[in-house]
Design a protein around this ligand. Structure first.
Ligand SMILES: NC(=O)c1ccc[n+]([C@@H]2O[C@H](COP(=O)([O-])OP(=O)(O)OC[C@H]3O[C@@H](n4cnc5c(N)ncnc54)[C@H](OP(=O)(O)O)[C@@H]3O)[C@@H](O)[C@H]2O)c1
Length: 292
């Protein structure tokens, strides 16, 4: 669900390259071969699931406009994030669900956070995601919640952090990024491939899937600019207070990866590797379009 979004797009690509059969859903942005589904409508979810009868559902939907819009339009956010989870549970039958969640379920006073740390959300988005996690795990205990954070990737249809930076800096515009919001930057491809490995295991409950290294957003913006061969001098570090984002952000956020590393038997992808993959994808796409 949400295959027209960043995470869903990366998932479909990973599914196909692993030889799995996968069907992607979209809502407002059509994708070729995809199915239209409104997760905020019980009838739409019912019709889609009855027709396609999936064994496994990756739930990568998000309220349109993201974290800040959830503050100004909490009813749209509730419909997609929480009611959507309920409708999927109502009609999913035997299918196992894997729900994407976030470090925004925490208040950001003491991150990075482990899977067992008690959530304390400080935004509408964070509260709804936590409620959706609880709803899923209480009604379907063999389901999985994958918490992630600061996902980025080369995807022209996405407004992810890397693509926002690309758009602004390639136009010669300044990009203001907070120097007090900490996260573990996570490459979309790494998240997707790791999700498939988890789907193929008997893992259930909550698990963190994020990049190994922690950074604040302003440093990350500089590194992303360099990886995409743009002028890092256009990144302007500011405080969260100066930025005036509508939703409160957890500052000392980010997630611990020990549980996943033990499960996979190897460390998570480091930021250097993630940036070099992003740089390669960016250069290949620009070369294909004839942009030097
Ligand atoms: N991006 C991050 O850094 C990050 C961090 C932590 C957690 N997550 C979680 O990861 C998941 C995927 O995030 P993302 O960044 O890939 O989101 P995204 O790029 O904004 O995509 C959101 C997806 O949700 C779909 N959608 C919106 N309203 C819908 C509705 N009413 N019915 C059905 N589908 C609807 C969109 O479809 P259309 O575009 O076709 O309308 C799109 O496919 C979300 O659950 C998010 O909370 C993301």
């Amino acid at each position: 669900m949400g295959a027209s979004g960043m995470v869903g797009h990366a998932l479909l690509a990973a599914l196909r390259s692993a030889g799995w059969k996968g069907l992607g859903s979209y809502y407002s942005r059509h994708i070729p071969g995809g199915v239209l589904m409104d997760v905020a409508s019980s009838d739409s979810v019912k019709a889609c699931l009855k027709e396609h009868k999936p064994d496994l559902i990756f739930v990568g939907v998000n309220a349109r406009g993201g974290v800040d819009i959830c503050e100004s339009d909490p009813s749209q956010a509730r419909g997609v994030i929480l009611e959507g989870t309920r409708y999927l549970l109502d009609w999913a039958g035997h299918a196992k669900q894997i729900l994407y969640s976030t470090d925004y379920v925490f208040d950001g006073r003491a991150g990075p956070y482990g899977e067992e740390d008690p959530p304390h959300p400080i935004s509408v988005y964070g509260r709804l995601k936590w409620e959706a996690e609880q709803e899923l795990l209480s009604r379907s205990p063999n389901s999985l919640v994958i918490r992630t954070t600061a996902v980025f990737g080369w995807n022209r249809r996405s407004k992810n952090f890397a693509m926002q930076i690309f758009e602004r800096l390639s136009e010669g515009q300044v990009f203001r990024a907070p120097m007090d919001q900490w996260c573990n930057p996570t490459l979309d491809e790494f998240l997707a491939e790791t999700s498939l490995r988890l789907a193929d295991s008997s893992q259930c409950g909550i698990i963190n899937v994020v990049g190994r290294d922690r950074a604040h957003r302003a440093d990350l913006a500089v590194l992303l600019a360099k990886a995409m061969e743009l002028d890092p001098g256009l990144v302007q570090p500011v405080s969260t207070a100066e930025l005036g984002q509508k939703a409160a952000r957890p500052l000392q956020a980010g997630l611990k990866t020990e549980k996943l590393a033990a499960l996979l038997g190897r460390p998570m992808m480091g930021l250097d590797e993630a940036l070099s993959i992003l740089g390669r994808r960016c250069r290949a796409d620009l070369a294909r379009r004839g942009v030097s």
